[in-house]
Write a protein of this length. Structure first.
Length: 157
């Protein structure tokens, strides 16, 4: 696990377009996520150099929850626990009492991941996405002493 930097913006954009063809963040918004002082951005690089996954979250301020802004795993590395690992890592780094996120109503795999890791539905956001699909806002209130997860990927050689 490594912090994502401005050097990673292009690869993050490519991953976003691959994983979220309809909803990928534009390049400028990715730059803003990387530069924002309240953002925490992490990447996982596969042994072959591929960007296997990326997550961005924002720290909760003034009693507000933290937010998972985006979580994407390259399809070549899905179903290996990487999404769960990234999520748990970011939750720990945000150090927020509660964290929220929004997931497409039709994205059952992501919804299941979030539900299995303790997120519960807070509200339905009608026509949240550009194509009119609803978003489901979910929240997780964290244990103040989260355990550091172990990496699902082998070390780079």
């Amino acid at each position: 696990m490594q912090r994502a930097t401005l050097r990673d913006v292009w690869k993050i954009r490519q991953l976003e377009k691959l994983v979220f063809p309809q909803d990928a963040y534009p390049l400028l918004e990715i730059v803003m996520l990387i530069l924002a002082p309240i953002s925490r951005n992490f990447k996982m690089i596969a042994p072959n150099g591929d960007m296997a996954g990326f997550i961005s979250g924002t720290v909760g301020t003034m009693g507000r929850p933290g937010w998972i802004i985006t979580l994407g795993v390259n399809p070549k590395y899905q179903r290996k626990g990487l999404g769960r690992f990234l999520l748990q890592w970011c939750e720990r780094e945000l150090q927020a009492e509660c964290i929220r996120l929004t997931v497409r109503a039709g994205n059952r795999a992501a919804y299941t991941l979030y539900a299995e890791t303790g997120y519960t539905e807070v509200r339905r956001r009608r026509s949240y996405y550009r194509d009119g699909e609803d978003g489901i806002e979910m929240e997780k209130c964290l244990n103040p002493q989260p355990v550091l997860p172990s990496s699902p990927l082998p070390p780079a050689s």
